[in-house]
Design a protein around this ligand. Sequence first.
Ligand SMILES: Nc1ncnc2c1ncn2[C@@H]1O[C@H](COP(=O)(O)OP(=O)(O)OP(=O)(O)O)[C@@H](O)[C@H]1O
Ligand SMILES: [Mg+2]
Length: 278
Amino acid sequence: MAALLETRDLTIRFGGHVAVDHVSCAFEPGTLTAIVGPNGAGKTTYFNLVSGQLPASEGQVLLAGDDITRLPAPLRTRRGLGRAFQLTQLFPNLSAQENVRLAVQAREQGRGRGGIDIYRVWLDRKTWIDEARSILASVRLDDKRDAHASALPHGDQRKLEVALLMALDPMVYMFDEPTAGMSVDEVPVVLDLIRALKARKDRLILLVEHKMDVVRELSDRIVVLHNGALVADGEPATVIASAVVQQAYLGVYDAEVGPSAEHDGTPPRPLPAGRGGS
Ligand SMILES: Nc1ncnc2c1ncn2[C@@H]1O[C@H](COP(=O)(O)OP(=O)(O)OP(=O)(O)O)[C@@H](O)[C@H]1O
Ligand SMILES: [Mg+2]
């Protein structure tokens, strides 16, 4: 199947520091790719380059074969790239339901429905609200739908962020540590949603995740970044077992010279076999 999303030599430099270093990678719809690597490896920055939050210093981003490297973030969203919003970027003083309803509405209106028909608008609004409620139920926020988004506890805000992404239903879903900061009983709710999304087989999912048991279970493929560079890419069992991953997580891998005893600063996270990670 043709790649829906591709990056070619994608690079960004901050001063002398190369945070994402010539990353070339293509992703197909119907697959979930986990992007892993130690703290500071460039995972979030890679997402920022793909979604347009940061401008590339070099290289290209292609969506469905079109070069979108110079396209601003909102236009990329319109073309189907979806990144979980931070609530601070949305409407903290609207209720959870209103936030999700607006995302559903934005998606539908973006698809070019409409026309000046007051009855139609009323009917649509009802449909949007029903869908918003059903999405909120899927993240177990149905009992909090009238609460102001800003008044929700941290874990609920994270779930609302996921709900908003679900409401927009992009072609490409980018999840950056979607369960970070969630309580143990909230984590499965979000993982179930990602699982269901994957089962649809028509969306492309990129997941940055430190919990290796989650990565092992959900991913079709694992890409490993280290010091901004892609150092491994392949089938999960093979990549997890590879020396590159073991060493990258132990913080002793240097893509230029191979394994070394030194590490350049940020303490890497371990690669646990079971639960744990962040
Ligand atoms: N706006 C910026 N200005 C300067 N340096 C930046 C900026 N954004 C990221 N960096 C640097 O780029 C590198 C990659 O950071 P990034 O946040 O992408 O890592 P990460 O893999 O997501 O790490 P973590 O697992 O901790 O989330 C880091 O050294 C970081 O300090
Ligand atoms: Mg990050």
